[in-house]
Design a binder for this molecule. Structure first.
Ligand SMILES: *Cc1c(COP(=O)(O)O)cnc(C)c1O
Length: 428
C-alpha cells in the first residue's frame, strides 16, 4: 500500500493494527482475486458482444412516454438480455418493481388453476411465501387454485432425488429453483448443480417449466442457469445485473412462450410487450448492465475478504474462507447482538450517502425479531451496493453483500472490523 493510501485510512479512523492485519490476508487472496477478474473479463466481453450484435445505438438510450409503442431502447435491451442469458426472449422493465414482483409475475403468468408448483430446493425466499400462499395472502397462487409442494435439501445440502421423483405428478407444471441461499444456512447452488437438477426433472416430466430465481447470482460464474436448461431466469435490477445504476426494475429471460405469458400479465392480454414506456431509465439500464460483470466481481472480492477476516478471528462464516462462490452474499455469525450491531454500524459508516447516521435495531414489519440494517445507498434499498443486515436473534448472524467497487467493499469491511474492536467484541 502506498503511503498516501495508508494515511487516508486514518481519516476513516482505521487503526494501523487493522490495516496490517487486513493487508496480510489480502496478500494471500491475490490468486483468488485474479480468478474473479478472469470471470469478469469473460462476462464483460459477453455483455459487450451482445450489445454489438443487437446494434445498440445512441437512440436506444433515449426513452419514450405514454404507451411506449415502438420503444427502440426497450425492445433492443430485451434482445441484449436474451443474448446475454442465452434465451429466446426477455422482459426487462422498470414497471417490474423489484425481484419479488419479477418472480411473482413469472409464476402467476405461467401457472393456471389446477396446476402445481414444486420447489425441490427447500423453502423459498421469505417474500415468496406470500406469493405462493404458504403464508395466507391476498392474490396468492393458492387463492387461484394453484397448489404447492416442497422437497427439502438433504442435510449435506444435496438434492433429495427420491423425494423429488415422488413429488412430481400429473399436476406439476413449474419447478422453482432458488440459486442463492438468501438468508438461509443452506449452500448456494452452483450453475452446474442447477443443471443436474433440471436434467433430472426433465427426464421425469419433459414439459415441466424450470424457473430459476437468479437473484444475487448473475455474472458470478461463467455460465448462467439458462445455459444449462432453465426455461426462465428471473432477477432484480437493483442487484447484480443493474450494475448499481439501474434505479428500479426486474427481468425475466427465457423461452419465448414463458416470457410472452409474463408480458401479457404485466401489461394486459392483447398488449403484452408492445406497451410500457421506458421513460428515462434506458441509459442507466444499458450502462448498468455494461458495468454489472465488474461490479459483481467487486462485491465477490468483498465477500471473500470478509470471510477470510472473520474466519481468522474465530467466527463462523458461510460460505467459509476457501469455498467456491456462487452468489455475492456473506454470512458471519457473531453469537451476540453487540456483534451484529457493531458490524452494521461499521458498514454504514463507510457509505458515501448517509454515512453520519447510526443504524439501530427496529421492529420491521414482517419479521419476528428486531432487525438492523446498514444501507447508505445511491439507490434506496439496493443490495448490490455495500449493505448489511441482521436479525437480533440467535445465532446473531449478519448478512453482508455488495460494494460497487472493490476499494469501497474493502473500506466497508475494515470499518466493520474497527467498529467491532471499538466496542470490545473483537480483540486484535
Ligand atoms: C432479493 C431476493 C429476492 C426478492 O427480491 P426483492 O427485490 O427484495 O423483492 C428473491 N429471491 C432472492 C434469492 C433474493 O435474493
Amino acid at each position: 500500500m502506498n503511503e498516501k493510501t495508508y494515511k487516508i485510512y486514518s481519516k476513516f479512523n482505521i487503526s494501523d493494527k487493522v490495516l496490517t492485519f487486513a493487508d496480510e490476508i489480502l496478500t494471500s487472496l491475490q490468486p483468488r482475486f485474479a480468478k474473479i477478474d478472469e470471470t469478469a473479463e469473460y462476462n464483460q466481453l459477453k455483455v459487450i458482444n451482445a450489445m454489438q450484435e443487437c446494434r445498440v445505438s445512441e437512440a436506444c438510450l433515449l426513452g419514450t412516454t405514454g404507451y411506449g409503442y415502438n420503444d427502440l431502447g426497450r425492445d433492443t435491451l430485451e434482445s441484449v438480455y436474451a443474448k446475454v442469458f442465452n434465451t429466446e426472449d426477455a422482459l426487462v422493465r422498470p414497471q417490474i418493481t423489484c425481484g419479488t414482483h419479477a418472480l411473482a409475475l413469472a409464476l402467476l403468468s405461467n401457472l393456471r388453476p389446477g396446476d402445481e408448483l414444486l420447489s425441490p430446493v427447500g423453502k423459498p425466499y421469505d417474500t415468496l411465501e406470500e406469493v405462493i400462499g404458504i403464508r395466507p395472502s391476498k392474490g396468492s397462487l393458492k387463492e387461484y387454485g394453484i397448489s404447492y409442494k416442497q422437497v427439502d435439501l438433504l442435510d449435506d445440502g444435496g438434492f433429495d432425488y427420491d423425494a423429488i421423483r415422488a413429488a412430481i405428478n400429473e399436476k406439476t407444471k413449474l419447478v422453482t429453483i432458488q440459486r442463492s441461499k438468501g438468508y438461509q444456512t443452506r449452500p448456494t447452488l452452483s450453475v452446474e448443480k442447477i443443471g443436474e437438477l433440471i436434467t433430472f426433472i426433465k427426464k421425469i416430466k419433459p414439459d415441466t417449466i424450470c424457473m430459476v430465481d437468479n437473484c444475487y447470482g448473475e455474472f458470478v460464474e461463467l455460465t448462467e442457469p439458462s445455459d444449462v436448461g432453465a426455461d426462465m431466469v428471473v432477477g432484480s435490477l437493483i442487484k447484480n445485473p443493474g450494475g448499481g445504476l439501474a434505479p428500479i426494475g426486474g427481468y425475466i429471460a427465457g423461452k419465448r412462450e414463458c416470457v410472452e405469458n409474463a408480458a401479457y400479465r404485466l401489461t394486459s392480454p392483447g398488449l403484452g410487450k408492445e406497451v410500457g414506456a421506458s421513460l428515462g431509465v434506458m441509459s442507466s439500464f444499458y450502462q448498468g448492465l455494461f458495468l454489472a460483470p465488474t461490479v459483481t466481481a467487486s462485491a465477490l472480492k468483498g465477500a471473500i475478504f470478509a470471510a477470510n477476516i472473520y474466519e481468522k478471528l474465530g467466527f463462523s462464516v458461510v460460505p467459509n474462507a476457501t469455498e467456491e462462490r456462487h452468489d455475492i452474499i456473506q454470512a458471519v455469525t457473531f453469537g451476540k447482538p453487540e456483534g451484529v450491531i457493531a458490524f452494521c454500524q461499521g458498514i454504514q459508516a463507510a457509505a458515501s450517502v448517509d454515512s453520519y447516521v447510526t443504524p439501530q435495531p427496529w421492529d420491521m414489519p414482517g419479521y419476528d425479531s428486531q432487525v438492523i440494517m446498514a444501507a447508505g445507498a445511491f439507490v434506496s434499498g439496493s443490495s448490490i451496493e455495500l449493505s448489511a443486515d441482521g436479525p437480533i436473534k440467535p445465532p446473531y448472524a449478519v448478512y453482508f453483500q455488495g460494494g460497487l467497487t472493490w476499494p469501497h467493499a474493502k473500506l466497508g469491511i475494515l470499518k466493520s472490523l474497527q467498529s467491532l474492536i471499538d466496542c470490545g467484541v473483537v480483540n486484535l
